[in-house]
Design a protein around this ligand. Structure first.
Ligand code: GTP
Ligand code: MG
Length: 137
């Protein structure tokens, strides 16, 4: 088995989609091994998304990710990173496959409901950013 890291982003929390999204994640074979409601500071978001800091949408991304609480979670499943990226769908919900979380719950590229780590290495970094060892089961 291995692990990935996810965030249910502020738009998903605002629209009260936490329950539906977690249900879909569990039904898709992922086990939740860490989870909390938290809010990122500007500094947190700038660090978390540092790879995008030269992009034109960076300011918008930081505003979005810090405007309200998120659900941060660590998920366990065989092939977790790749399978979770498949479950969430394309970054732009207009391109996301039927039945994916972004197709169902995202509204645009800038408000796309969920995050999923893009590699095992980033999953470990991102999990450690949000959780201590004692908070991961
Ligand atoms: P994450 O799982 O959140 O990392 O999304 P991703 O891996 O599918 O996309 P990527 O890492 O390339 O971009 C990170 C996030 O930046 C996206 O999920 C969007 O929230 C945001 N983003 C990407 N492109 C755009 C854009 O063109 N405009 C806006 N407003 N936001 C964007
Ligand atoms: Mg990404």
């Amino acid at each position: 088995t291995n692990r990935t890291f996810t965030m249910l982003k502020p738009d998903a929390v605002e629209k009260r989609h936490i329950g539906a999204i977690l249900d879909k994640i569990s039904a898709s074979g992922f086990r939740i091994v860490a989870m909390k409601l938290t809010q990122m500071t500007k500094g947190d978001a700038e660090t978390f998304y540092a790879i995008h800091n030269e992009r034109p949408f960076f300011g918008e991304l930081v505003e979005y990710m810090t405007r309200g609480p998120i659900v941060a979670a660590v998920l366990e499943k065989e092939n977790a990173v790749e399978d979770f990226r498949t479950l969430i769908g394309a970054t732009n919900p207009a391109d996301a496959a039927e039945g994916t979380i972004r197709k169902l719950y995202a509204t645009s590229m800038g408000e796309n409901a969920v995050h999923g780590s893009d590699s095992d290495e980033n999953a470990a970094i991102e999990s450690a950013f949000h959780f201590s060892g004692r908070e991961i089961f």
